[in-house]
Design a protein around this ligand. Structure first.
Ligand SMILES: Nc1ncnc2c1ncn2[C@@H]1O[C@H](COP(=O)(O)OP(=O)(O)OP(=O)(O)O)[C@@H](O)[C@H]1O
Length: 601
């Protein structure tokens, strides 16, 4: 009935829960007094002994009770809000921090839409769990017991029978629990599947249109939506049936109580006041548990959501230590005999699939302020080396150290400060150019930002469109591919770290932007450690050392002049790419001639 781990994680809500239960209980006591007095008044009216003082004091009592109940409801509502707020804040913070720690690895086992769903609707489900279900659970134990003692003073027989009927409601709840759990797991699974398809189709709409595949995808989504509709209907039917059973027990039980008290009254074993009181109060025995039953279905949904949230929180993340930058002895990077395989997702592990070895006995020495290039054919493991250097993944065997300290022992802040990785897709945020540039350095002045924009030859374009206040659309959609990449480079340059990893940073952009970015990278390599990962050998030619990779191994090492002389993969790739390079040089010269000196401005 409870999600132990969830309750343990949110211990702080206990005070609020206790407060809500106390408020509900005071409210119940007030109600008992009210019903007791009402029964007294009815009794007096029946006996025709009622006086105006009795009536006045009754009216006064009703007003006081209404006030007490009003105050209790208000406080309980406030506590419920506070508890929900705390739950939402804590769980969303946990998810957010996990996202930060897990970094780009978040998509390994979870889709983007699933993470969005668990952190939005998933967390909303927990709001009801803590704000209503948990307090109601305790209240529904307390209320029948309280009523048992009160009614017991009038007729122990009626009180006992009413109390005996009460457990049938939780029994019916437990009976559906197993089935509900299974069904809700399926419900959430179908829901996230539908969310995934929707998000994917939305993101890939242009591609779907180009290949006329939109109709096929629409049909696929239709099928998924239908599956979701069916499972939702099953959930609703299950909830409705379970609520009907609880209603039957609740109203049947109170009917038994009423009939019994009427019989006792007939036999003169119960006074008229007590008989009326029991008639009015008998439903109260069951109503709290009946309400708990309704909350239970929401709580089961919360349980299923909590399972998903915790599964995400348990995902393996990059190892981060506590060592700070001042403990480093220099900034040399050493990769020694590293073996690495990507971890499989839990489901896949259950299928006992073998891990695929990606890096085999990889060793590199990257001295401080050197320009190193890693080249090789697609899929040979270049980016994987970059992921080990940033500490995103850790080696299965061997060592990766920076300044003598294993990368995994450095704190996340130190790694982020010392190493900047620029990929071919760096995200630009909706907002001004200034806000985006400030990601690189919060303290950067407008002059510094403009200077960097000049370096990446974006200044005149951005100036024409509002300067640093120019607004960017989501992921810089109002910039060209080359402009986006040059702006990403500007952000990276502002970060001013000691080590730069450019991972195919010039892929999929125009030749002119590529040449400019390469010029900047080569300039940067004079004062920083630069690791250039590229499939284009031309860009690596001025590197101090080139590592050539093939199928996860380093197969050649040296500078360009040495490598083109060796028989090997480098020479083969070099010959394949030379023809293309000649064409690029001609094209670049043509553009510069047209623009009178500059490629862009
Ligand atoms: N997150 C991941 N999970 C599982 N396998 C992965 C993951 N990332 C990459 N791989 C696999 O690891 C191998 C090496 O990938 P990697 O990205 O390091 O190659 P690369 O040399 O950088 O390729 P490219 O030049 O095309 O970017 C590939 O076979 C790829 O399928």
């Amino acid at each position: 009935m409870f999600h132990k781990r969830l309750l343990g994680t949110l211990k702080e809500t206990r005070g609020y829960t206790a407060g809500m239960v106390v408020c509900q209980w005071i409210s119940l006591l007030a109600n008992i007094v009210f019903l007791y007095r009402t029964a007294g008044i009815i009794g007096s009216m029946y006996k025709k002994t009622i006086t105006s003082e009795e009536l006045y004091s009754y009216v006064l009592l009703v007003m006081v009770i209404l006030c007490i109940r009003g105050i209790c409801t208000h406080i309980s509502g406030q506590l419920s809000n506070l508890s929900s707020l705390m739950v939402k804040e804590k769980i969303r913070t946990l998810i957010f921090n996990k996202m930060i720690r897990i970094g780009t690895r978040y998509s390994e086992n979870k889709s983007t839409s699933e993470i969005v769903q668990i952190s939005t609707e998933g967390v909303e489900q927990l709001e009801i769990y803590f704000g209503n279900y948990i307090p109601q659970f305790f209240y529904s134990i307390l209320a029948p017991l309280t009523l048992f003692f009160v009614v017991g003073t009038m007729s122990i027989k009626v009180a006992g029978i009413l109390l005996l009927c009460v457990p049938f409601i939780p029994i019916s709840i437990v009976a559906v629990q197993k089935f509900a759990k299974k069904l809700l797991k399926k419900y959430w699974g179908t829901y996230t599947e539908l969310g995934d398809s929707f998000l994917e189709s939305l993101q890939g709409l242009t591609t779907l249109k180009i290949y006329n595949a939109d109709e096929r995808y629409a049909k696929k989504m239709d099928k998924e939506a239908e599956r979701f509709r069916k499972v939702t209907m099953r959930v609703l039917i299950m909830q409705l049936n379970s609520i009907s059973i609880m209603d039957l027990i609740a109203y049947g039980g109170s009917a038994i109580g009423i009939i019994l008290s009427l019989k006792l009254f007939q036999q003169n074993l119960l006074s008229i006041e007590h008989c009326f009181f029991i008639i009015m109060v008998s439903a109260e025995f069951f109503l709290p548990l009946r309400l708990l039953g309704s909350f239970f279905h929401i709580a089961m949904n919360g349980n299923a959501a909590a399972d998903r949230i915790f599964a995400f929180l348990d995902e393996e993340e990059a190892k981060n230590g506590r060592v700070e930058a001042d403990a480093l002895t220099g900034k040399d990077i050493l990769i020694q005999n590293v073996d690495f395989a990507y971890p499989f997702s839990k489901e896949k592990e259950e299928q006992k699939r073998e891990k695929k070895q990606i890096l085999k006995k990889v060793s590199m020495k990257i001295p401080e302020n050197n320009f190193i290039a890693i080249v090789g054919e697609s899929g040979c493991g270049k980016s994987t080396v970059a992921s080990l250097l940033t500490g995103e993944y850790s080696a299965d065997k061997g060592k990766v150290t920076l300044g003598g300290i294993p990368i995994t022992e450095l704190s996340m802040q130190t790694k982020n400060k010392l190493i900047t990785r620029v990929n071919h897709i760096n995200y630009l945020f909706q907002g001004s150019v200034r806000e985006n540039l400030k990601m690189g350095n919060q303290e950067a002045s407008d002059e510094q930002m403009e200077e960097i924009l000049k370096q990446v030859q974006l200044y005149s374009f951005i100036k024409k469109h509002g300067g640093l206040d120019m607004l960017l659309k989501e992921n810089g959609a109002n910039l060209s591919g080359g402009q986006r990449q040059r702006l990403s480079l500007a952000i990276a340059l502002l970060h001013d770290s000691d080590i730069y990893i450019f991972d195919e940073a010039t892929s999929n952009i125009d030749v002119e932007s590529e040449n400019l970015i390469m010029e900047i990278i080569i300039g940067l390599a004079k004062k920083k450690t630069v690791i250039l990962i590229t499939h284009r050998l031309f860009n690596a030619k001025s590197a101090d050392k080139i590592y050539v990779m093939e199928k996860g191994k380093i197969v050649q090492t040296g500078i360009e002049n040495e490598l083109i002389k060796e028989e090997g993969i480098y020479k083969k790739l070099y010959e394949q790419q030379s023809e293309l390079e000649d064409y690029r040089v001609i094209r670049k010269n043509q553009v510069i001639d047209q623009n009178g000196g500059s490629v862009y401005e």
